[in-house]
Design a binder for this molecule. Sequence first.
Ligand SMILES: *Cc1c(COP(=O)(O)O)cnc(C)c1O
Length: 811
Amino acid sequence: MKYGIKEIADIINCSSVINEPAEKISFLLTDSRKLLYPEESLFFAIRTKTGDGHDYIPALKQSGVKNFVVENIPDNVDDGCNYLICDNSIQALQELAAAHRNKFNIPIVAVTGSNGKTIVKEWLYQMLCNRLNICRSPKSYNSQIGVPLSLWQLDESHKLGIFEAGISTTGEMENLQKMIRPLICIFTNLSDAHDEGFASREEKLMEKLKLVKDCRMLVCRKKYGIEKYARQINRSIFVASWEIDDKNSDYNFHIESNAGQSNVSVVHNGEKFEFTLPFTDEASLENAMHCIVCSYLLGETPFMYNLEHVEMRLTLLEGIRNCTLIDDSYNSDMNSVIMALDFMAANAEQKKLKRTVIISDINPGGRKENDIYAELASLLKKKDIDRLVGIGDSICKYSKLFDCTKSFYPSARDMISAGEKFDNEIILIKGARHFGMEIIVAALEKKQHETVMEIDLDALVHNFKSMRSNIAPRTKTMAMIKADAYGCGDLEVAKTLAHHHCDYFGVAVTDEGVELRKAGITSKIIVMNPEPSCFERLISYNLEPEIYSFKLLGEFANKVDAQGLRNYPIHIKIDTGMHRLGFVPEETGMLAAGLKARPTVKVASVFSHLAAADDPTADEFTKQQLEIFDKTTKELRQHLGYGFIRHILNTAGIWRFPEYQMDMVRMGIGLYGVGLTPENDIRNIATLKTIILQIKHVRQDETVGYNRKGVLSRDSRIAAIPIGYADGLDRAFGNRKGYVLVHGQKAPFIGNICMDVCMIDITDIPGVQEGDEVIIFGDKLSISELAEKTGTIPYEILTKVSKRVKRVYLS
Ligand SMILES: *Cc1c(COP(=O)(O)O)cnc(C)c1O
């Protein structure tokens, strides 16, 4: 909506010098740093304790601003600009905002109170924005200047306005009330904040309540006792009071909280509403109740599934490769885009960085997509944005609108996989929460000298499902999570797979099982190597032992007996050819007798382990193992007189001998990303990565590392990376036997691998800088390839990554 300059002069009723009567105004500016559109901006020169807006007029004129509201006339007014001369610029701003607001006959909600104003405003917006196009205050614009700027955003498309009103001293609320003229007021609560501006708490309350002067309805919590004071100001006001478990309130909420959630029910007009909120703290609940009651007063059912935490601050982070990041990965409406761009402009200036915006689809808030992206394109242009990365299908559709360097991806993850490079840029990362833009922030943030192993839990689930699809639905699954889930972290793996209905977990020792129990894993857990010294712990944590010898059987049964328990589940291991642990088939009769003599224990399952399921040349032997197992277990069942779960297949067995799946299979290495053939449909889950600490030019006649083993054949660029054999990196990779990936290209290890650090040769990779990422293994450099190089197996590579390497989980 545009106003002519003369129209504005009339509204604020002031004297003026009009040199350009045709000037139109769309934007109000009170802070010269936030200048976006010089042609259509009206600058209010405001005097505060700390500064004088009049000082910025010359610079603004230089930038093309032509319209000014001033308190005193500049020396030379013959300059083609327009000056509106008033007594008080803030007052003029407020009068203009009030006149603008009066053009719209829509419900306006005003939010005041000591705490929670911004959250209540944002949540009310979130609850209703799917149905109504809403104009709301940006951030916490609730002051004498913030409120008029907020109201100025109202236009014909809005169906509802939500504005904050905040005051710090007497006399302020009257101004705000006159401007906002709300239909509904929400009074959040009353605390001691800002007491210094008031003579008493009561004075503060009465001042705040001036907001309700001409309004129709007030939403408040009964326990604050605001109602009677509100009536002193507005006799005929309709008060909608709410409380928790109080029949005398208009809205009587009942709340049951557990496990981080609150189940809320409320009876209103004889109708019962029930919903779940994703928090349990008193302040959040109070804020949400205000919004819910207000929604009902507006005749709307609140939409509750998408309440997002309200982040109030943009954060500046140090990025990789000399970049600066602005993390605003919380929301994506147009207002907040403007604010974020302002913030970016302010920070880019000091550092002279290129400007890049990575942004997800924008919440259209009831407007046409086309308009939204056209507006975004023009904003980016005004703010001199050099580069755009769009994330999402909608923004991609409008790619033509943007005329800067640009690229588009369906998701944040796709952008990361594509390996976009950023250099000396200030990067605004902005998007709705469900786009998961935080993974971009994580990828671009400069890490402290850190070597991490990233575990992709989505890939883990994929692998689980992929193997599951190879067997019958009724067949149970056991995930082997011994040795800290092959180094990937048993807790996270167990939690993830328990969620996907994995039936059993297999750990190596009792303590591993105990840790899982302590972390809340309730699934069945088998301890493969139960140490007799730990039997008591094992029993008290409800873990189930593998029993592989008569000695162990006797000892365990006695321990169970001592605790007065019966039928304690155990798992019998049969040695069918591996010759490691287990009862041999010839012992079946004796085993059955031993078991029958000990009613304290009951066989839950019987199993065996294949020695070479992955090796086609040993298939005859494997078949023999399978047959021996089948025969032995059938015999045992006959002797015992009761059934049990039978299982023998490991990962390779699941792929190669699914006809022997029996009642359960045991998944191991496949879960962790190593398949036999591409048909196995297994994804890598672990990426071991680090960063470059230091780069050196080393002359051909010099050497690198201990014992001068790193001999050079040419002048070289050598990078040091913080990973060594103490992190689990095999020393055998040194001296060019192995390599890492830098920018996706091979960089061989040079010299001996040291304990904590090693060196790589990056001579052939252009543009590498300190801080760049280095991949030891991952999607593009597989664990299997590494294993082959040093003559070991993928299992060892994975489990060797030492505890001091931090595990980072992605999902
Ligand atoms: C480790 C282990 C497995 C899993 O083997 P993978 O080859 O990794 O699938 C299965 N069963 C037993 C008894 C194990 O110890």
